[in-house]
Design a protein around this ligand. Structure first.
Ligand SMILES: [Zn+2]
Length: 241
């Protein structure tokens, strides 16, 4: 009964299994080394250095931004005052003397408003070069941000495709393991858990196909006589071509 249940003891099955593992490994490498990954890393580096640059240029303009904010606030205050005056003027029963006062205030406010506007112009003019520098770097940073987003999306799509391939191969591997001879399955799992990189490979003349070491004729003889035909150096299974 047991003989019927056992799956055939074929060392070459281990080579096929190793090939599936190699494919999984190479796809994992692709995930790490693809052009998109390299591009994304470069973009991130560029983005970080531009951000530092932008902040430096912003720091240089600290006084400018504060003064401008202050001037804008004053402009707004005048606008509010003038709105109030305008609504008061349009009220019924306003006394001529009041009207005159309001108009005087309006004239003064308008003059102050003009002065503030020309102060802002002057401020802009004095900081023109620094502002241009700052705006340029900000613009570059925005473009780079879009590139980063687009590249991240691209990488995600690439990885999804590769992950699908990996999961298909893992399924294939599980089916393979289920149909593998019980002794070979145990050997495979033990070697993998012991960190053996190449579990099985065909021999290359007198060389171990797993690690590439040249074996002496007595070593080869010992390997051939053993059940699992493992290389004395790397423990990998040497399968005869
Ligand atoms: Zn070896």
């Amino acid at each position: 009964m047991k003989a019927i249940m056992d799956k055939p003891f074929l060392l070459s099955d281990l080579v096929d299994l190793q090939e599936i593992d190699n494919l999984i490994y190479s796809i994992n490498q692709q995930k790490k080394d693809s052009n998109t990954v390299v591009n994304l890393k470069n973009l991130e580096t560029e983005y970080k250095s531009l951000l530092v640059d932008k902040n430096l240029k912003k720091d240089i303009l600290t006084d400018f931004f504060e003064t401008k904010k202050d001037l804008n606030k004053k402009l707004q205050e005048i606008e509010i005052k003038n709105d109030n005056i305008t609504s008061n003027i349009t009220k019924r029963n306003i006394l001529p003397s009041e009207l005159e006062n309001y108009q005087k205030q309006l004239t003064i406010n308008e003059k102050n408003y003009e002065e503030l506007l020309s102060k802002i112009d002057q401020l802009q003019y004095e900081n023109k070069e620094k502002l241009t520098d700052y705006e340029l770097v900000s613009e570059k940073l925005n473009i780079l941000k879009d590139d980063l987003v687009a590249n991240s999306k691209l990488l995600q799509e690439e990885w999804n495709k590769l992950d699908k391939k990996i999961s298909d191969l893992e399924n294939q591997k599980n089916i393979f393991l289920n149909n593998l001879n019980a002794d070979l399955k145990i050997l495979y799992k033990n070697l993998k858990s012991n960190g053996v990189d190449v579990v099985a490979a065909y021999n290359l003349g007198d060389q171990c196909g797993c690690c590439g070491v040249d074996l002496t004729s007595s070593e080869l003889e010992q390997v051939q006589e053993s059940k699992f035909k493992q290389c004395p150096y790397c423990s990998g299974v040497i399968v005869n071509v």
